[in-house]
Design a protein around this ligand. Structure first.
Ligand code: M6R
Length: 606
């Protein structure tokens, strides 16, 4: 997740922009850059590495100026390097960008034919070139930007300046961007913490908004050039609250970030029209030789592996063995040369998962890590890496990392299935279409967070919970129970629903809430039987289902309807209300939600 900042006002832009970038450092980045306008010239500096290094470069007096843009980059297209760092320049237009331009290859081909020369591997570089192509055709700066934006597919938050104009232009589509309103001066930022020390008055830009900043004024237009009005809102956020985006806890913010996080995971990788999934960053062995896949991880990431097993076995008919990383190497796993070992980890620093990777390497198998943190050990040392692009996850309880891990495993299954000829291009397109709808479906669950809060209030006093699910939803109830125990300290156990009668049923009485995930799939009837058994023992059933007319609807105590999706993607949806339930119960109980007792975000000891 890149960071964008911009400034137009009466003070030294350089100091303000570097300070704002420093305040976004907590999100992680691999390179940084800045551009400052000064009397018709723009000075640009960019480099791989830290903002402090950039500060040293711009200490040079030629960087004086009162208008500028700056950026921290987390590589998606092209490796981390000076030439891929932002800002990108074409002619006299300079751009910083957050998001991904999906049609950049088509645009690049067209612009090359018009004589444009590209210097980086990024998707972003097409934007200043496209703007320049309109300027060359006689359009003014604002028009050139507006017409260019209409051609972009994908997502963007943009800061744009030009030597021949004093203006700063900002625009957004599906990537956050706010405007900070000062006293005769304006700021732009992808995240409030960057500028919360400068102003507490914000305009929250909406999709397709373009903001044009001239001397002491801002004008907002849409993609058709019509004026739009957005209210200036006064926030009362402290620095810490700004980092949490106004949410009470990082965990809640991260739960609500899931639609965007999953969209970012998909962007640039799915080529729906071609029925393809593309992992540019990946060096893979000959997939046809792979006879077996191992998926190994800890905690929440292990639950994602369990879902991965379902996906690969049902969609590709490739055998998958999952293991908890702390168990893996001690049981002397029978790894064969043509096996693939997939290590899943948010942090990329979990000691047991790293040890599992080393075990795999020692035995000569191809290791693939699925990681969220760039530059982490698992990302660096595995033979291949797929990043989840969830953005920084600060709450100890993992949420958006989990749903993006499932998304990555799903995409990788499609990629492998297509490559091996086990899934047709039209089926891949169908699957892609389904996952593209997931962010909107999660949003509809988040919109019902108030309802789940009321459910949490009703059950917060119970000290034991049972969770039941079948098939692909068994890992999702394991995850729901893990969330509840780690942040609320309530004892919660999850079982494959069919296992209930083999023991846990003895626990059921009127003091036992039983959370059941029961979609209308091939497991439906069997789970109805389990619910019947719980009800007849006076257990309190909280049911999540995608079937509004579920046959147990009137008999359970609490009933929540999930949006429908295909079987393989159900856990991404069913886990979200479980995350919210755990969160709201913990919040009512007043525990330290973001840093629960005895837990660390990254477990770096075995
Ligand atoms: O960073 P990792 O994904 O490797 O971490 C693995 C577990 O430590 C982690 O998922 C842990 O279980 C979380 N606290 C769960 O919310």
């Amino acid at each position: 997740m890149c960071g964008i900042v911009g400034y137009k006002g009466k003070s030294d832009a350089c100091g303000i922009l570097i300070d704002a970038l420093k305040r976004l450092e907590y999100r992680g980045y691999d390179s940084a850059g800045i551009a400052v306008w000064n009397k018709g010239k723009i000075e640009v500096a960019r480099q791989k590495g830290k903002v402090d290094e950039l500060r040293k470069i711009v200490a040079d007096s030629s960087f004086a100026g009162k208008t500028g843009i700056a950026h921290t980059r987390w590589a998606t297209h092209g490796t981390p390097s000076e030439r891929n760092a932002h800002p990108h320049k074409a002619g006299d237009v300079v751009v910083v960008h957050n998001g991904i331009i999906e049609n950049y290859i088509e645009l690049k081909d067209r612009l090359r034919k018009e004589g444009h020369k590209f210097l980086s591997d990024t998707d972003t570089e097409v934007i200043p070139h496209l703007i320049m192509s309109y300027i060359k055709k006689g359009r003014d700066f604002v028009e050139a930007v507006r017409l260019s934006l209409k051609e972009l597919r994908g997502s963007y938050a943009l800061g744009i300046i030009r030597e021949a104009d004093k203006m700063l232009i900002a625009a957004r589509k599906e990537s956050p961007l706010i405007v900070g309103v000062g006293n005769g001066e304006y700021y732009i930022a992808s995240d409030a913490p960057a500028i919360i020390n400068r102003t507490k008055r914000f305009i929250f830009l909406e999709d397709d908004d373009i903001a044009v900043f001239a001397e002491g004024t801002v004008k907002l237009i849409d993609l058709e050039g019509k004026a739009v009005k957005r209210e200036i809102r006064q926030v009362q956020w402290s620095d810490a609250m700004a980092e949490k985006g106004g949410f009470k806890h990082f965990m809640l913010k991260e739960i609500f970030e899931q639609p965007r996080a999953i969209s970012e995971t998909l962007i640039g990788r799915v080529k729906e029209e071609k029925g393809q999934v593309d992992f540019e960053e990946l060096k893979l062995p000959d997939l046809a030789k792979i006879k077996k896949i191992w998926m190994v991880a800890c905690g929440t990431s292990y639950h994602a592996c369990m879902i991965g097993k379902h996906l690969f076995e049902s969609m590709l008919r490739i055998p998958v063995e999952t293991d908890i990383a702390s168990e893996f190497r001690y049981r002397e796993p029978i790894l064969k040369e043509d096996d693939m070992l997939v290590l899943v980890s948010q942090s990329g620093e979990t000691a047991d998962t790293i040890a599992a990777m080393k075990e795999g390497k020692k035995r000569g198998v191809y290791t693939l890590s699925v990681c969220n943190v760039l530059g982490s050990t698992l990302a660096r040392d595995a033979d291949g890496v797929i990043f989840t692009h969830a953005g920084p996850e600060i709450g100890v309880a993992s949420t958006k990392a989990f749903t993006t891990q499932i998304s990555v495993l799903f995409l990788f299954a499609l990629h492998m299935g297509k490559t091996l000829g086990r899934i047709s291009a039209s089926d891949v397109s169908g699957y892609i279409n389904e996952i593209k709808q997931v962010p909107h479906k999660i949003q509809s669950i988040l919109d019902a967070s108030g309802l789940i809060e009321e459910v949490a209030r009703k059950y917060m006093a119970y000290r034991n919970f049972l969770y039941l699910g079948r098939g692909v939803n068994y890992p999702s109830v394991l995850e729901g129970a893990l969330k509840l125990k780690e942040i609320s300290y309530i004892h919660a156990e999850a079982y494959a629903a069919g296992e209930m009668k083999h023991g846990p049923i003895a626990l059921i009485d009127e003091n036992m809430p039983v959370v059941v995930v029961s979609p209308h799939d091939h497991t439906y009837k069997k789970t109805c039987g389990n619910v019947e058994e719980v009800i007849s023992r006076r257990g309190r059933v909280l049911m999540l289902t995608d079937d509004p007319s579920h046959e147990m609807a009137d008999r359970v105590e609490t009933f929540f309807v999930l949006p429908r999706t295909i079987y393989a993607l159900q856990p991404i949806l069913s886990v979200v209300p479980l995350q919210l339930l755990a969160y709201h119960i913990a919040n009512f109980l007043g525990t330290d939600v973001d840093q629960p007792r005895n837990l660390a975000k990254s477990v770096t000891v075995e």
